[in-house]
Design a protein around this ligand. Structure first.
Ligand SMILES: [Zn+2]
Length: 68
């Protein structure tokens, strides 16, 4: 039984932290995904985003801050 306070919110790529809709990451092509993540992050302009630079994000999209 999953914890009751946890909403199912999709999977996140463990390599680039991108929120993935399918079964593999569109950026890395990996299926190394995690359902245990927190901190929703939307990157619109990676070139001008300090967070994106720190996390090594090069494509706009939805990401997770923390992936376990
Ligand atoms: Zn990825």
């Amino acid at each position: 039984m999953p914890p009751a306070n946890k909403k199912k919110q999709g999977k996140v790529c463990r390599d680039c932290h991108r929120v993935v809709d399918g079964e593999s990451c569109v950026v890395c092509g990996t299926s190394n995904l995690s359902e245990d993540w927190s901190g929703y992050l939307v990157i619109i302009d990676p070139e001008n985003s300090e967070v994106a630079k720190r996390m090594n994000i090069k494509l706009p999209g939805r990401y997770a801050l923390k992936v376990r």
